[in-house]
Design a binder for this molecule. Structure first.
Ligand SMILES: Nc1ncnc2c1ncn2[C@@H]1O[C@H](COP(=O)(O)OP(=O)(O)O)[C@@H](O)[C@H]1O
Length: 167
C-alpha cells in the first residue's frame, strides 16, 4: 500500500518516499491510518493478510484496538525466520533478476538501506514477537526452506487456525 502511494504520487506517497529509500520506518500514525481506512472498505469478508504490518508495538496496539472495535480476531501472526546473511543474498538476487529481465531495481534494494532496515527490525519490530507470544497468536515458520515448503506451512497454519475464529 505504501509503495502504491509512492507510485501514484499521493500526498502520503510524497511524504514517505524518502523515508522508505533510507530504510527507516514510516511514522506509525501514517501506516495506522492507512490500514484502518483499508479495513473500513469491508471487501474482506473472506479474511485478509496484513503483510509487513504491524512493525512496531505502537502499530500492534493500534491494530488490536481497530480489530476489537470491529469485532474481528486475528487467526495467527506469522514470523518468517531467516538468517541475515541469506536475507542479503536474497535481496541481491532480486536486484540481479530484475535487471536481467530488463527492469529497474527497487530503490531500497541496496546494502546501505538494507542494513538500516535490519536495524529497524531489531530495534522496533522484534519486540512484537513477545507481544504476540503473550497473546498466543505467534507462529514461527522457518523461512530458510524453499518457497513451496514455506507456502505450504503458512497455508497449513491458516487452515488449522482460521475455522471458527470470527467472533
Ligand atoms: N508497518 C510499517 N511501518 C512503517 N514503515 C513501513 C511499514 N511497512 C512498510 N514500511 C516502509 O516501507 C518499506 C518497504 O517495506 P515493504 O514493502 O514491506 O518491504 P518488503 O516488500 O521488502 O517486505 C520499509 O522499509 C518501510 O520504510
Amino acid at each position: 500500500m505504501l509503495r502504491a502511494a509512492v507510485t501514484e504520487g499521493t500526498e502520503t506517497g510524497r511524504r514517505v518516499d524518502a523515508i522508505m529509500d533510507r530504510g527507516e520506518l514510516v511514522p506509525d500514525d501514517v501506516v495506522n491510518q492507512m490500514v484502518s481506512d483499508r479495513i473500513d472498505q469491508e471487501d474482506w469478508r473472506k479474511g485478509f493478510i496484513l503483510d509487513g504490518f504491524p512493525r512496531t508495538v505502537a502499530q500492534a496496539e493500534s491494530l488490536t484496538a481497530m480489530l476489537e472495535q470491529r469485532g474481528v480476531r486475528l487467526d495467527a501472526v506469522i514470523e518468517l525466520k531467516v538468517d541475515e546473511t541469506s536475507l542479503v543474498e536474497r535481496m541481491e538476487k532480486r536486484v540481479a533478476d530484475t535487471l536481467a529481465a530488463g527492469g529497474t531495481a527497487r530503490s531500497d534494494d541496496n546494502r546501505d538501506t538494507f542494513v538500516r532496515r535490519l536495524d529497524a527490525y531489531r530495534n522496533k519490530t522484534e519486540p512484537l514477537l513477545d507481544y504476540y507470544r503473550r497473546r498466543r497468536e505467534l507462529i514461527t515458520v522457518d523461512g530458510m526452506q524453499g518457497i513451496d515448503d514455506v507456502a505450504r506451512e503458512i497455508e497449513d497454519v491458516l487452515t488449522r487456525r482460521s475455522s471458527g475464529s470470527r467472533r
